[in-house]
Design a protein around this ligand. Structure first.
Ligand code: ATP
Length: 244
């Protein structure tokens, strides 16, 4: 059974088709990327997978659970990072992590927070209010929050977008280690091609709400006869519009 199964997923906003008959699967223990230009439908897809947004039609199963009917059975086994979902500003970082730990029913939450604080270098600002942190510091807190419950399925929207190159590299190393330890499944949206090449087994290339191609980074680079993933991306993005 795949960790994530999406079948004929559709999201319309009036005349705008944000996601158009999308179907894909992510096997357990793998990392897949959703790649595509601005407005391709990545965030909309992730929001529907999380149950934050109701699809117009289609089916989503995560860990075999129907997300439209039974999402509360799946959510404790999942987590996410997104720059579009904020964390309470007035609480300190530690208070926030404790609250989320409680919501997810994390056992030994103090220990888990101190492990994550070390891994994501949060210790210097654990006692500070979340709202007073820099964007990169907030991103690290959000990453730590997303791993509190040791999720089996992790959905990430631009996980390292606000991080400096060195911190981003450390975060990718930590994510790889987490996955190696837990065999979690990760689906991420990113505009960072190096990140995708480093982390992802497979890429789903989106355009106008549909998947227009897919394959491993090496396969796609070979298929488009390019030197790197960035050039593959540009070739697909500048290709002609899809017929509706
Ligand atoms: P980006 O890379 O810019 O973050 P994305 O691939 O995540 O883009 P989405 O945010 O999923 O793209 O948007 C897909 C399409 O749906 C876009 O055309 C967007 O304008 C439209 N859209 C998204 N949310 C809404 C909304 N609430 N109302 C109307 N249209 C929306």
């Amino acid at each position: 059974m795949p960790a994530i199964e999406v079948l004929h997923l559709q999201k319309n906003y009036g005349d705008i088709i944000a996601v158009d008959q999308l179907s894909f699967e992510v096997p357990r223990g793998k990392t897949y990327a959703l790649l595509g230009g601005n407005g391709a439908g990545k965030t909309t897809t992730l929001s529907m997978l999380l149950g934050l947004l109701l699809p117009t039609s289609g089916t989503i199963r995560i860990l075999g659970i129907d997300m439209i009917r039974d999402r509360f059975k799946a959510l404790p086994r999942m987590n996410f990072t997104s720059p579009y979902v904020d964390i309470p500003h007035r609480l300190t970082v530690e208070e926030n992590l404790r609250v989320y730990g409680g919501l997810y029913g994390v056992r030994h939450v103090k220990r888990r927070i101190s492990d994550l604080a070390e891994e994501y270098q949060l210790s210097p600002f654990l006692k500070r209010r979340y709202g007073s942190l820099s964007q990169g510091q907030k991103t690290r807190v959000s990453l730590a929050k997303s791993l509190l419950n040791e999720p089996e399925v992790l959905l990430m929207d631009e996980p390292t977008a606000a991080l400096d190159p060195y911190t981003a590299d450390q975060v990718r190393t930590a994510l790889k280690a987490y996955q190696a330890r837990t065999e979690a499944t990760i689906l991420l949206a990113s505009h960072n091609m190096r990140e995708v090449e480093r982390l992802c087994d497979n890429i789903l290339m989106m355009k106008q709400g549909r998947i227009v191609d897919q394959g491993s980074p090496v396969e796609l680079i070979g298929r488009y006869d390019e030197q790197n993933l960035e050039d593959v991306f540009i070739q697909i993005a500048k290709g002609s519009e899809l017929p509706r």
